[in-house]
Design a protein around this ligand. Structure first.
Ligand SMILES: [Zn+2]
Length: 396
């Protein structure tokens, strides 16, 4: 601030000098060259600051900023430091429920392990997103961060339940996965939010391994989950292997869960499916997964997840190799081939393969070597920038 005041004074003085001395400009420049140099420097600094404020502003018109220059370094996105890759892999994680024993089946988690998982994700730059954000790649997270999508299968009550607080109000039971996650989020507000709970019949009523308290009806449960930013997914009514079902049976299995949610969650249908056991229906029956109807209520599934990583493994919905009805998931466990921690280690070793945000959700910043695999239909609503990872220059 002091520098700017000095500048204003000097500027005034110099302006007076100009009007008085007329054509003796050369003499003036020589005499006041140090003042002039300082002035030019200060004006330069002010310009740079103004430029940056404009560029980092939320309401920046990114398109006009980008069109004029070809050197990526000149823009608000620091490519060299952040190395964004918004066509990079996004991990989808599969949780089920709580089993508090130290040794348990790999698809359960004890509370301590779950807390450690969240701690690991947070410390390693992962930020939670929803399925909607994942599928659209419209992901609004800070520069340098990596999105991650958590999913929870089977609708067990150790995953989510409600209890009454002292005032008699229904609140999330802290003794559940969602309760622990909500507590962690309140302590780490920059951890993001989102996640899909794939339910079957009698959602959040039973649990074979964990006997926690639960209160409230379906409407209460769906409302609380939806208000907290979770999505209710469809895991079919009876959890049958879909490969053994015909089209009508598939429609009934998906439709029954869809109707339950539609009826009890403000007419919001389910849009995301998890195949029971990760088994896809026969190819000719896939149509009944995508669109169907049961007892007058229609459904339209936008995605379906598997129960393990399968080729092309983790990718990104804007890539040509992405199939929304064949989305890989890693089991939330450690010590197994291709489980969650196996992938965490993999992406630590190969950070160039994972999604890294540029911090601007109107712009997709993508390394040039990804260009051949990007589906241009999926990038239409964004300003897409491909850049050379060595020179940091944009590539047409
Ligand atoms: Zn299941």
């Amino acid at each position: 601030m002091r520098g700017i005041n000095t500048l204003t004074k000097n500027k005034k003085k110099h302006n007076d000098d100009f009007s008085n001395k007329g054509n003796k400009i050369n003499f003036f420049i020589k005499k006041n060259r140090y003042y002039l140099i300082i002035m030019i420097l200060v004006i330069g600094i002010i310009s740079v600051v103004t430029f940056n404020i404009k560029h980092f502003s939320k309401y920046t018109n990114t398109e006009s900023n980008i069109s004029s220059k070809n050197k990526v370094e000149n823009k608000s996105i620091d490519y060299k430091t952040i190395k964004p890759n918004e066509a990079g892999d996004v991990m989808v994680i599969m949780y089920h429920s709580i089993d508090n024993k130290a040794k348990h089946f790999p698809w359960h988690r004890n509370k301590k392990e779950f807390k450690e998982d969240l701690e690991y994700m947070y410390k390693n730059g992962y930020v939670l997103i929803s399925m909607k954000e994942y599928l659209s790649n419209d992901i609004n997270i800070p520069a340098g961060k990596t999105p991650i999508l958590l999913t929870f299968d089977d609708g067990l009550k150790s995953c989510f339940s409600l209890i009454k607080n002292k005032e008699g109000k229904l609140v999330v039971n802290n003794d559940t996965l969602i309760g622990i996650l909500e507590e962690f989020k309140s302590e780490h507000p920059d951890f993001g939010s989102g996640g899909v709970l794939y339910i079957t019949e009698n959602p959040f009523e039973y649990d074979a391994y964990y006997n926690n308290k639960t209160e409230g009806d379906y409407q209460d449960k769906f409302r609380v989950l939806t208000d907290l930013g979770y999505e209710i997914g469809n895991h079919t009514y009876h959890h049958y292997n879909m490969n053994n079902l015909n089209k009508n049976e598939i429609m009934e299995e998906i439709g029954k869960v869809n109707n339950l949610v539609y009826k009890n969650n403000n007419k919001i249908p389910t849009s995301y499916l998890a195949y029971p056991y990760g088994d896809k229906p026969k190819e000719e029956n896939l149509k009944a997964v995508k669109n169907g109807e049961y007892k007058g209520v229609k459904y339209k599934m936008q995605s379906a997840v598997l129960a393990a990583p399968e080729p092309p493994y983790f990718t990104n919905p804007i890539n040509k190799d992405f199939d929304p009805y064949y989305i890989s998931r890693a089991i939330a466990n450690s010590g197994q081939h291709m489980d969650m921690y196996w992938y965490f280690k993999y992406y630590k070793k190969h950070p160039e393969k994972k999604y890294i945000s540029d911090g601007d959700n109107t712009v997709l910043s993508i390394p040039a070597n990804y260009k051949k695999n990007v589906n241009s239909e999926k990038t239409k609503s964004f300003k897409t920038i491909f850049y050379d990872t060595k020179t940091y220059e944009t590539i047409e």
